[in-house]
Write a protein that binds this ligand. Structure first.
Ligand SMILES: Nc1nc2c(ncn2[C@@H]2O[C@H](COP(=O)(O)OP(=O)(O)OP(=O)(O)O)[C@@H](O)[C@H]2O)c(=O)[nH]1
Ligand SMILES: [Mg+2]
Length: 280
């Protein structure tokens, strides 16, 4: 399968992103904990030295917790600074918040203990990643206010927008971008299942069947993943007057249930094997 989904504002955003990356102390590269490899944009991350890059995996509440721990270990072993978060909840964001916070100027030795005006240097972070990965949601949680528009569909943020997150910290929300040459093979199924490309840009039945297989849902009594999915459609009452299952609606219903977490917590990409750190 191949997906070519490049609305005009995504193409423009990709072009505009390059100079913005050099304007900030940090580049926060947002990925999805349910597919940490496929949901990252390599072309983008290669433009930023690892010392300025922070990887944040969103949707940790919907991913398999054990797999998320293994992914974080693997990313850190590969030299990345990485965090996993539930971006739609501010709790649990403190380690990332502390990391992004601007350094406070230390008062001179003789004035320690005296209350001085807060001298903070302004720090900026650019937040980047694929469409619908949770960039705007993460920014709102860090800012503890709804400043950036976030919605459950790819392509919501249409232009870059600086947002004051806290004293001395500005975050740049950016539109999600995709590599211009399209997405193919296994990665196309993963991004489609996670909702990172428009549902109109891929065959939804094919992706839903792939997901049924990937999640190990095929019912042995029914045989194939297709038959299982059809059975689900019947169970949901998605049947036309002639008695045929409405495949499009059935596929979309399954994808929505998966994306919402109604099918349980799943990580779709196997983490690389890295030995556990002692004491963890
Ligand atoms: N359960 C859960 N939902 C999340 C999380 N992060 C984001 N979401 C949801 O994912 C959807 C997309 O979030 P956005 O913040 O709009 O994504 P974005 O990366 O800004 O998307 P674009 O602007 O289209 O590039 C929204 O419905 C959020 O509520 C998370 O960690 N857990
Ligand atoms: Mg957005």
């Amino acid at each position: 399968m191949e997906i070519r989904w490049q609305p005009g504002h995504l193409v423009r955003a990709r072009r505009e992103l390059k100079p913005l990356l050099s304007q900030a102390r940090w580049v926060v590269e947002v990925g999805d904990a349910r597919a940490p490899r496929a949901s990252r944009d390599r072309l983008l991350s290669e433009q930023v030295p690892a010392a300025r890059r922070i990887v944040v995996l969103t949707h940790a509440d919907l991913a398999d917790p054990q797999a998320t721990r293994a992914w974080l270990r693997a990313l850190r072993a590969a030299g990345e600074e990485a965090y996993a978060v539930r971006a739609h909840r501010p709790s649990g964001l403190q380690p990332l918040q502390r990391r992004l916070a601007p350094p406070r100027a230390r008062p001179p030795a003789g004035l320690r203990g005296v209350r001085l005006g807060t001298a903070v240097t302004l720090q900026r972070a650019v937040v980047v990643g694929l469409p619908n990965v949770g960039k705007s949601t993460l920014i709102n949680a860090l800012a503890r206010r709804s400043r950036a528009r976030s919605e459950a569909r790819p392509g919501t943020t249409r232009g870059p927008q600086w947002i004051q997150a806290s004293e001395g910290l500005e975050l740049l929300d950016t539109p999600g971008v995709l590599a211009p040459m399209g997405v193919r093979g296994e990665r196309a199924y993963l991004l489609a299942a996670l909702g990172m490309v428009s549902d109109r840009s891929f065959p939804v039945w094919e992706v839903a069947v792939w997901l049924v297989e990937r999640l190990g849902l095929p019912d042995p009594a029914l045989g194939s993943a297709e038959a299982t999915l059809e059975g689900m459609g019947r169970g949901w009452g998605l049947v036309s007057r002639s008695g045929a299952v409405n495949t499009e609606e059935t596929a979309l219903r399954l994808l929505q249930q998966f994306r919402r977490g109604s099918l349980g917590r799943h990580t779709l990409e196997e983490p690389p094997r890295v030995p556990a750190e002692p004491g963890r």
